[in-house]
Write a protein that binds this ligand. Sequence first.
Ligand code: NDP
Length: 462
Amino acid sequence: MSQSSNSMSLEDTVRKGPNAVEEFMAYVVAKNPGQPEFHQAVREVVESIMPVVQANPAYRKAKILERMVEPERVIMFRVPWVDDRGEIQINRGYRVQMNSAIGPYKGGLRFHPTVTLSVLKFLAFEQVFKNSLTTLPMGGAKGGSDFDPKGKSDGEVMRFCQAFMTELARHIGPDIDVPAGDIGVGGREIGFLFGQYKKMTARFCGVLTGKGIQYGGSVMRPEATGYGAVYFAQEMLAQRGEGIRGKTAAVSGSGNVAQYTVQKLLQLGAKPITLSDSGGTIVDEAGIDEEKLAWVMELKEVRRGRISEYAERFKTAKYYPGKKPWWVKCDLAFPSATQNEIDGEDAKMLVANGCHCVCEGANMPTTPEGVRVFLEAKICYGPGKAANAGGVAVSGLEMNQNSGCMRRSRDEVDHQLQNIMKSIHENCVRYGKVGDWVNYVQGANVAGFIKVADAMLAQGVV
Ligand code: NDP
């Protein structure tokens, strides 16, 4: 907790809390009209940290919260490129550099038609707290474009990435801002982006993470977010005296995070039974085993196909078009696709069906109504900023590896990832324990906030 004096009684804090939240949110909404995802992310954090802010006059006087919701810099740019038919296409590119109080900006790039300034501001805001929780010195940022890589040829994706980097290169650097992947940005895209940066600057440096192993990437970066989420679930369950072995798990998405979540679940003896994409969900009651997972990885990464094909290939599975996985009976749920994919009704169904651990691989996959259901039911609910921090943590190790011109082994990275997830869990318990239950939302927000807020206080009004 900060050194700042604590002059307000708990009673004051409780009495003023809800009003202070509503007043602050009115200010945020008025200043950022038409940005619902950003409002949602800010509210979720502010509801947890307002008592801490109110109890610390130094935070209030320095307007820490008001400064935190204002990005340090937003870059928005035109991305013109030429498609395979010779036609000019125009997309919009962004980089939101949210907060650099504890380190250079760090956060992924998302290429998806749903990308807007609001979505990227929510992601950048979340990233500030997540990066703080990792214990590594990284500020928060996020970027991307409304470009849709689906259905595009490799040549089109390359030309788009080159055009995107042509502008972005001016604003990033190994000590300034180090982007990585996110939805629609995997190894292929990072390779094209890195190539263009190198060509423009004539420098080979750690300007992006998620790079291929041959050119400075870290082992286990692709696995890190999914593995980390399962390690976090393991910690939450251990807190209740339970393990993962033998548990049935529902996983959404079928991209990077979902694939490696399934892989780690299998290694730890659980039974994953679902995967999805924006078209629908497959349910495989027999379980998704190693062989089926290898097939999914090839489907998604090489053939870039749809999850519906799984049910054609494996007769134990059924495809449900337009459906999400949350109605299936499961012990554990790993939302690993996108924001707001579990609403209040989905959350009620999960709890009613016996799910008692929800661990978010995706960012903000649960709506506020859904979060309320999980908190009221007092299940193990690990919010994304804690549960999916393994990806950025291993990115931090990759940065450190690049600047020190060194290489870590798979065992070393896995060991560090497990330690980081354990320490994030401990921090959440420290600030979120309520009797014999842990409110991980409260724990993650408060732990992430204090470190950044104290660094901002120390650095003056900048
Ligand atoms: P990928 O692009 O590899 O996969 C995304 C998956 O989510 C795909 O199956 C995609 O289906 C599905 N999806 C995307 N948008 C929607 C939508 N609107 N409705 C339903 N399904 C959708 O991305 P990642 O696996 O990297 O990212 C998944 C989530 O994890 C995101 O929330 C991301 O922010 C978060 N995350 C990722 C990290 C990483 O290291 N990659 C780190 C921390 C968090 P389709 O192909 O049909 O679009």
